[in-house]
Ligand binder design. Sequence first.
Ligand SMILES: NC(=O)c1ccc[n+]([C@@H]2O[C@H](COP(=O)([O-])OP(=O)(O)OC[C@H]3O[C@@H](n4cnc5c(N)ncnc54)[C@H](OP(=O)(O)O)[C@@H]3O)[C@@H](O)[C@H]2O)c1
Length: 266
Amino acid sequence: MPSYAVTGASKGLGRELVRQLAAQSPSNTVLAIVRSNDASSPLSALAKAHPNIHIITGNVTDPQSILAAAQEASDILGGKLDVFIHNSNSVDMATFSHSPTQVPFDLEATKQFYEEPVRTAVWGAAWATNAFLPLIEKGDVKKIAHITSSMANNDVILGTGIDYGLAYSIAKAGMNVQIAKYAVELAPKGIKTVAICPGWVDTWEGPKPPQVVEALNVMLTQFQKMEPELKGQIPVEQSVAEQLRVIEALDAAKSGSVIKSKEYKV
Ligand SMILES: NC(=O)c1ccc[n+]([C@@H]2O[C@H](COP(=O)([O-])OP(=O)(O)OC[C@H]3O[C@@H](n4cnc5c(N)ncnc54)[C@H](OP(=O)(O)O)[C@@H]3O)[C@@H](O)[C@H]2O)c1
């Protein structure tokens, strides 16, 4: 019976969230929100195999687009939604390696550097959440989850020595603050919110180029400073199964917190 909407559903963790939720029960209704709907995509194939998946076009970084997506969702679901999961993420890989001393002395370049991840993590998260809020208010379960990152956790930054990923980490820190504000504001309506750290997950599609393998090896060495037993990235299936357990267990006492999908240290 429960209904779910997932943003950033075209690939990676978003698509796996859709897959597991649809497979859990044919009575679940799962809305996969994507920026563009490609009939030949793996998500379309998934929707053909699971009639309880509905693909909706909507861009979380465009207010009118995500409002239209929420209207389409409302038409499908009869005006109510149980769980909203904001998973979309935009990163500028050209500046992902930047640390604080590399912030350029150039206003436009600096705006662009910070804006790319913030547009999905902070204001895109707010537009998407606010667009679907009227449906969540009428739903039975009343849960909102945003997918964040341990890269925004100061203990992880200090423990691993990771100084790069500055704009991404700041954007996810903003997401964590915003989810706490939502928890406070929406508690009187019985709505619970959570920011979930999904772990370090292998969402790369296809063979990894040598420079990606090299970067992942550097990260692994850094993560092992906090978690020596860590062997590498975990599979998407494992991360999503753990994320769904976090959402299932979310209650008013935990609302507004940042929760790791498993007790990873990173
Ligand atoms: N993988 C990890 O190890 C890891 C670790 C910590 C946190 N996370 C978080 O987990 C979530 C999923 O990560 P992932 O690795 O599966 O995904 P990802 O490759 O970063 O992309 C997730 C989705 O974001 C959407 N997206 C990309 N660029 C966008 C843009 N400019 N505007 C709006 N939407 C955009 C895309 O969906 P559409 O094309 O459908 O719009 C895409 O499917 C993200 O929030 C990420 O930050 C991942």
